[in-house]
Design a protein around this ligand. Sequence first.
Ligand code: SF4
Length: 135
Amino acid sequence: MRPHGGHLGGPGRSTTPGQAGFGAASSNVKFDPPPPLGAHMALTWLRPESLDDDSWRRSAACRTSDPDLFFPVGTTGLAVDHIRAAKAVCEACPAQAACLEFALETNQDSGVWGGASEEERRVMRRQRRRARRTA
Ligand code: SF4
């Protein structure tokens, strides 16, 4: 087991979702059209205030888990076992709903969050985007 740090990284992270700080909220960033050269560019940050509440991390079942389970490298072989083990931890986690919502809203694109794999969250995000467009 690796020592737990306080930063986010890619595969091979040293923290689990329940331990990590905020990730990039790329899905909540709205870019205006590019300005002419020499002008200032406007960036609108649409991050909901609810995402600033990370109290769910205090009850995260993965706080003492091996980060390699939650951020396996690849989607075959040993990674499949790691993903399955991570999802088992998530199943018993009282923070699962909040964790999944955070991952979806902040566009966490790697690892297992809220009991969902990267691909499962991609599908969920697509479904949400589709639902928003038709609402
Ligand atoms: S749902 Fe899973 S990834 Fe999220 S905090 Fe709980 S154990 Fe960690």
